[in-house]
Design a protein around this ligand. Structure first.
Ligand SMILES: [Zn+2]
Length: 218
């Protein structure tokens, strides 16, 4: 099974990707994880990525695509994969298509997780983190047992500035503008499945499994 998950920040697709990997015995490919791993292992691409990050610049597409290409060539992805957070643009989607075609593979499905704007704001604006030990909590879904203080170390929890409602509105707007062409691209290729991502994790996973089961053995 070879799938891509699309969805705004805070729709819960990372959690669903983790579940899908264990149910269907495939790997999750997250560009954030690949970047961190490459930097840690000081691979050539990792060193290149770090030189941009050290200057506070965005890591260019060529590096990100190189990391994805290496991962897709790795035997661990032979049984299938779920790409989480990539591609983000039509240009990246076209590159992905070429990389897969060069190894005689293609995508089975692209799942677009849809959640209402209010839900996303509720999920993201409830996030709290500990500035001391980096533990994370959610005011509604995973609160600290000590209320406004950290469960683990007692430090006062903080809200990241980009999790404030105004900042979330901006992030969502940017996301929608950036990915609308990508969604059209995959719809035109008849690969797109829209999925209602609101509601409990379990219910979303059940609906997602129905969408993906036909591709379980590819
Ligand atoms: Zn703490």
């Amino acid at each position: 099974m070879r799938v891509v998950f699309l969805g705004a920040p805070g729709v819960g697709k990372g959690t669903q990707a983790d579940r899908v990997t264990s149910k269907f015995n495939i790997v999750k490919i997250s560009t954030g994880d690949l970047l961190r791993e490459a930097v840690r292992n000081q691979t050539p691409l990792g060193r290149e990525a770090k030189s941009y990050m050290d200057q506070g610049k965005l890591v260019p597409d060529s590096v990100v695509i190189g990391l994805v290409r290496n991962k897709l060539a790795d035997p661990s992805s032979r049984n299938g994969f779920v790409l989480d957070g990539f591609p983000r643009t039509v240009a990246q989607a076209e590159e992905l298509g070429k990389v897969l075609a060069s190894t005689h593979r293609q995508l089975d499905r692209v799942v677009n997780f849809q959640v209402s704007r209010e839900d996303v704001i509720k999920r993201l604006s409830g996030r709290r983190s500990c500035p001391k030990c980096q533990a994370t909590f959610h005011a509604d879904f995973a609160p600290s047992k000590k209320g406004a203080a950290c469960d683990r170390c007692g430090e006062t929890l903080v809200q990241r500035s980009d999790d404030r409602p105004e900042a979330i509105e901006t992030r969502l707007k940017v996301y929608e503008e950036q990915t609308a062409p990508l969604i059209r691209y995959y719809r035109d290729q008849q690969l797109l499945s829209e999925l209602d991502g609101s509601g409990p994790v379990e219910a979303v996973f059940e609906a997602l499994s129905k969408v993906l089961t036909p591709y379980g053995t590819t």
